[in-house]
Write a protein that binds this ligand. Structure first.
Ligand code: SF4
Length: 576
């Protein structure tokens, strides 16, 4: 797709009653996502900390950085003297390309600081090589609101849950509330591999021993969010969902899963979300559970844990598949299939373990759910610029993908990014030994995008799939673009206009790279404008003109006279 569609941002405005403004510059860490339509736990925790430190919820404001850009662009960035603190959150460790938001840049932080005189600017940075205050955002909020103290520390287990619950109110200020907003839910912190230092590029092991939130603690936070009108969650705040609450944390780097605890947590979250008032009124308004609302998705699993404990892992994966809504993903961090790179970077799994994990997730999750997507699929993450990676390394990666293709396994997505290592006095950067390695990485990436992505997507979403619950986000030319709500949704182009901010079901007729296209269903062939008729596959301008002239037409005319595929006809209606 030549031009990348971008969603419009709902405008924001400064409110006079705000004493504290959370400026969300977005978080995208290996174990936490907070780029719209996601709201991060860090933001909610900070809001809760402010309230627990004595602020009234009405005094706590929230703007995304995209809203701030809009306000500044309109010349309305006039900070009221009542605003005492602006707390900017910044945490995109390995920034990707996002459809709904652009993370705050260092230049913008400098501009922000220069533009404000009366308020204190506090920058909270996630990750050890971010500028700004570290420690827990909830504790920072408490310190600011109680004593005006701009410092933080690690939280206690109690502070973790309490601040998240108290900060649930902030979701209502998010521009994507109530839909397509998704709250990222944290289940644990740290990585079981901290004992060996973990993977060379990752910040998670710096957080120390793994801490798990109890199932009831997580479910009660989801209940609080649901009470405030939240409709969708992603249980993505962990290094590995499968080993949730394992008793072997700190003992083994590939601990035995505890399927009972995982089932309790997943069931509790689903039930809490699905009993919320926001969801109930969405259902009353005709939206469909697990399709347009009530999404429960997941992220992050360690392939080595799945491969090393096949029985417990299958039980755990079964619990995940049963409690999530269709279209969910478990992203597997292989990073590199080159054994020498695995060694040099202390990576967590090898290609054999990764294949085992891909097979196991396919076994429990590849059946099609109510929204047209497989219930639960693996994703696969690769990194370039790892230590010791040279041009030959990427051949190992391609060989693994070839195995996936040959075995007919489904992969929801292949994520390829550059590793970022901190550099003294400079911006974080990948560690390519030379230009050849860097070029090989780029050509690996292009090769995957060129040959694997379309193939994999055609297996996951074959032509004539009816993808339900596509949230239409933006119009470009005569087409409208949207995505289903949830984990790593596929970009869907509808080949005729449609109202943004609404849900549509799309009959898929084409696949291009990492996106799909089609026409809206039901397609009212006797009512739509002429130009919409061109979205019927194989019709062409001439036959569309004859359909237009002859309207009203019937199915027989479309099928017999025009030879339209009967699978296409299944989503066409002839009512006038
Ligand atoms: S397995 Fe590696 S990448 Fe994943 S959280 Fe642990 S250290 Fe980070």
């Amino acid at each position: 797709m030549a031009v990348r569609p971008r969603s419009a941002v709902r405008e924001g405005a400064l409110k006079k009653e705000w004493r504290y403004l959370i400026l969300d510059g977005y978080v995208d860490e290996p174990a936490s996502l907070g780029v719209p339509p996601y709201i991060s736990p860090q933001v909610r925790s900070l809001a809760g900390g402010l309230v627990n430190g004595g602020a009234d919820p009405g005094e706590v404001g929230y703007l995304t950085v995209d809203q701030w850009r809009g306000i500044r662009g309109r010349g309305d960035w006039n900070v009221d003297p009542k605003l005492e603190f602006i707390i900017a959150i910044k945490g995109c460790v390995v920034p990707g390309k996002y459809l709904r938001g652009t993370p705050i840049s260092s230049r913008e932080i400098a501009e922000l600081t220069a533009s404000v005189k009366d308020a204190s600017i506090v920058l909270w940075g996630s990750g050890s090589y971010m500028d700004g205050i570290e420690g827990d955002p909830g504790v920072l909020g408490e310190n600011i609101a109680s004593e005006g103290n701009l410092s933080s520390r690690d939280r206690t287990m109690e502070e973790w849950g309490t601040n998240l619950r108290s900060g649930a109110f902030i979701i209502q200020l998010h521009p994507d509330f109530p839909t397509p907003l998704i709250a990222e839910i944290e289940t644990s912190r740290g990585c079981p591999r901290y004992m060996s230092g973990g993977c060379s590029f990752c910040i998670e092991p710096t957080k120390g021993p793994v801490q798990f939130r109890e199932p009831q603690d997580i479910a009660s936070e989801v209940a609080e969010l649901a009470d405030r009108g939240l409709e969708n969650i992603r249980i993505g705040g962990q290094s590995d969902l499968v080993s949730y609450m394992t008793k072997e944390a700190g003992i083994s780097e590939t601990p035995t899963p505890d399927p009972r605890a995982l089932t309790e947590m997943m069931t509790g979250c689903r039930k809490a979300l699905h009993s919320g008032p926001g969801l109930i009124s969405a259902l009353e308004a005709g939206r469909r559970l697990g399709i347009d609302t009530g999404i429960v998705h997941t992220d992050n699993a360690n392939p080595a844990v799945i491969a090393d404990h096949p029985d417990e892992a299958m039980e755990a994966l079964g619990a995940i598949a049963m409690n999530c809504t269709p279209g969910s993903v478990l992203a597997l961090g292989l990073e590199s299939a080159d054994p020498a790179v695995k060694e040099a970077n202390n990576l967590n799994s090898d290609p054999g373990q990764t294949m085992e994990a891909i097979r196991a997730i396919n076994a429990v999750g590849r059946h099609i759910g109510g929204n047209g997507m497989p219930q639960l699929l693996p994703g696969l993450n690769f990194l370039g610029g790892l230590k010791g990676q040279y041009e030959g390394s990427f051949e190992h990666d391609l060989a693994l993908l070839e195995r996936v293709r040959t075995e007919g396994l489904l992969l929801r997505r292949i994520n390829i990014r550059a590793a970022m290592y901190p550099r003294p006095g400079g911006a974080a950067a990948p560690s390519f030994p030379d230009g050849r390695a860097e070029r090989a990485f780029r050509s690996f990436k292009e090769g995957v995008r060129g040959s694997f992505d379309s193939h994999l997507l055609s297996q996951v979403i074959p032509e004539h799939t009816l993808l339900k619950g596509v949230y239409l986000e933006t119009t470009l030319g005569r087409s409208v673009y949207g995505r289903q709500i949830g984990s790593y949704p596929v970009l869907v182009r509808m080949d005729h206009p449609g109202p943004t901010g609404t849900f549509a079901d799309v009959h898929i007729t084409g696949i291009s790279g990492r996106s799909v296209s089609g026409f809206g269903s039901p397609f009212m062939v006797n009512r739509v404008p002429f130009s919409h008729l061109l979205a019927i596959p194989g019709i062409g301008r001439k036959r569309a003109a004859s359909v237009f002239r002859k309207r009203p037409i019937d199915m027989e005319y479309l099928g017999r006279e025009l030879g339209i595929d009967r699978r296409v006809l299944a989503d066409i209606r002839t009512e006038r």
